[in-house]
Ligand binder design. Structure first.
Ligand code: ADP
Length: 603
């Protein structure tokens, strides 16, 4: 395995990795690159992708004006060969996990604002030149589109590069305020540096933006795993350039200071407006407050279940335990196929065929792993002092023991390289990188998440699971379901891993997504989040009462953004000037754009 150039550390770059993880990051990079068969980059086939309805001359004039505003170094044309990179050295020019042509979902240029005032300036510029802009915080929205804009040729606003300050950590209030470029790694390290007895909540990978993940309604795994629910207060630039503070921030503090209750009380007075800035294109969030958790004792564990058919009963056992808050966090229920995958070994290590791994083979290999021959694996964590953790665990053990053959493991029962040790870190608020191991499954691996929500009820969960089993087999993909479970709903997340050098795999992955979305919607289940290429389809499944919700969203969009400059099409919300012009990606348009086509209505 050849050694790659060292990944950047946090001291070198705001988006780097903490030095405690430098060796792990190096090993992860070396391993991922060892499966890469495509070149780092290929010469561009097309010139700069222009914004829609914009001539090169008009574009050049607009870019010159933007450079005047921001400084020439802070506006960079996207005209160099595209480099997919990897998680810690990811591009802000396109979707590194491209589903369609690598050069199709691209920006025309990237702008780097250094302040909220710069963001306002850019928004005013976009209105003047009617050029679409697309804000990203850190662009690590992997599996959902990364840094790519929905409309090719948009100018991407990379907020994180120059707006990456932790503006406040209030230890008494257990809260913080961050800018878009603050990663989970950076926030965690700062709290350690200050020796504060506080935890953050991190997703599986720690390199994403705290702010960006929350407004895309991502989840983590401590008791404060619902990131948007644990935010408190926002500062937002509206599409007309006006600046808004939500929550108590709307009430001016004494003598021009921030309001003292901005990070204490979420709704303030009047309609609760924060929600409309999540998963939307109604504003650019420049600051956001978050609650932090007090550090506490914790104990992670793993429970295995022997039969595939145990699935409905596991769900029935989880529901009351979660509703009564006996389960301490947002636990994960995974199929045993993932135990093979999280070893970081490639698929070819387990199976020489190209079809999905046969069930018998998974069984055979699992029996050699610490989990043994099982079907489902539950990862949970309990919190509190030793005595209360003991009593919680004995209740959990005895309830799950109803399922014949279930087995309980503590981290100390498992080898030091077992995945449980990284889950234990994530579940105690320590951001890590282990989840990258998934990507060693295939050469040039990329992935798409399919993320429907089901009630925590066996009959519902079984329908969604059966659809996934059937359609993954139909399109020839291994099924890797991870369920993030709560008392009333479960995020049933499958990770569709494809080789991004293969147009056949891309087409099949896209077709699988499309059919999964349609089949689950027919049964009444919808996605909580999706890759931007499938946003139109998902948004249109929420069609109750003649698309009342979309019509409501469009009314807000048109009122706030009459020129349609801010992230057109994000979450399926199109401004008036784009509607009815063929921008919506419905039917098989994504598959058709693979391998040289385009997602835009016209070139
Ligand atoms: P991550 O937070 O994981 O690094 P991104 O920065 O890509 O991921 O954010 C996820 C998505 O949320 C982006 O694609 C973009 O559409 C939206 N987004 C991110 N940051 C902002 C922001 N500050 N204001 C408005 N929308 C944003």
């Amino acid at each position: 395995m050849s050694k790659q150039a060292p990944p950047p550390t946090l001291t070198e770059k705001y988006s780097g990795v903490p030095s405690r993880l430098a060796a792990i990051a190096q090993a992860a990079k070396d391993q991922l690159y060892s499966h890469k068969t495509v070149a780092d980059s290929t010469p561009r086939r097309h010139n700069v992708r222009l914004p829609p309805d914009t001539t090169r001359a008009a574009f050049d004039e607009a870019i010159a004006a933007l450079r005047q505003h921001l400084g020439a170094d802070n506006v960079v044309l996207n005209d160099k060969p595209l480099v997919d990179g990897w998680y810690l050295e990811h591009p802000n020019t396109h979707d590194a996990f491209h589903v369609v042509d690598q050069e199709d979902l691209v920006s025309s240029a990237v702008a780097y604002p250094g302040s909220t005032a710069d963001v306002q300036t850019i928004v005013k510029w976009a209105n003047e030149y009617t050029i679409p802009i697309y804000p990203i915080s850190m662009g690590r929205n992997v599996g959902y589109g990364g840094s790519a804009p929905r409309v090719p040729g948009s100018v991407v606003l990379d907020l994180g590069k120059r707006m990456n300050k932790i503006l406040n950590i209030d230890a008494e209030n257990a809260s913080c305020v961050v800018e878009p470029g603050v990663s989970y790694f950076a926030l965690y390290e700062e709290i350690q540096k200050r020796k504060l007895p506080l935890w953050i909540d991190t997703p599986d990978l720690g390199g994403g933006s705290v702010l960006g993940n929350a407004i895309d309604r991502g989840v983590g795994y401590t008791p404060m795993g619902d990131h948007f629910a644990n935010h408190c207060g926002m500062e937002v630039v509206l599409p007309n350039g006006e600046l808004l503070r939500t929550g108590m921030g709307a009430l001016p503090g004494k003598n021009g200071t921030d309001n003292p209750t901005w990070q204490s009380f979420q709704p303030a007075y009047g309609p609760y407006s924060d929600g409309i800035f999540s998963q939307s294109n109604f504003g650019i969030v420049c600051q956001m407050g978050f609650f932090l958790m007090h550090e506490t004792g914790h104990q992670s564990y793993m429970i295995t279940f022997p039969r595939d058919e145990d699935f409905p009963e596991i769900v029935e056992v989880i529901r009351p335990l979660a509703q009564k808050h006996i389960l301490g966090n947002i636990p994960q229920l995974r199929h045993v196929a993932q135990e093979l995958n999280v070893t970081g070994l490639p698929k070819s290590h387990w199976y020489s065929g190209s079809s999905p791994l046969p069930r018998d083979l998974i069984r055979k290999h699992a029996s050699q792993l610490p989990c043994g021959d099982c079907s489902w694996v539950f990862y949970g964590t309990q919190y509190g002092d030793a005595a209360s953790i003991d009593s919680q665990l004995s209740m959990i053990k005895s309830t799950f023991s109803r399922i014949k053959g279930s087995k309980f493991f503590l981290p100390s029962d498992l080898p030091p390289d077992h995945y449980i040790h990284s889950r234990a870190l994530v579940c105690s608020g320590v951001p890590v990188l282990r989840e990258l191991d998934w990507l060693n499954w295939k050469p040039n691996a990329a992935h798409l998440f399919f993320s429907p929500i089901t009630p925590t009820r066996a009959s519902d969960a079984q329908v969604v699971h059966d659809i996934n089993v059937h359609l993954h087999a139909k399109y020839g993909f291994d099924l890797f379901p991870t369920l993030c479970v709560a008392g009333r709903e479960m995020h049933y997340i499958t990770n569709i891993i494809y080789d991004r050098s293969s147009n056949d795999e891309k087409r099949r992955a896209a077709a699988l997504m499309r059919e999964l979305i349609a089949a689950t919607a027919k049964e009444g289940y919808g996605e909580y989040r999706t890759h931007l290429l499938f946003a139109d389809q998902v948004a249109r499944t929420y069609s109750w009462n003649n698309n009342a919700l979309m019509r409501f969203n469009e009314t807000i969009k048109d009122a706030l953004d009459p020129n349609g400059i801010l992230a057109p099409g994000r979450n399926g919300i199109w401004p008036k000037k784009y509607r009815g012009k063929g921008w919506e990606l419905l039917g098989d348009r994504v598959e058709k754009a693979v391998g040289g086509g385009t997602i835009a209505p016209k070139l």
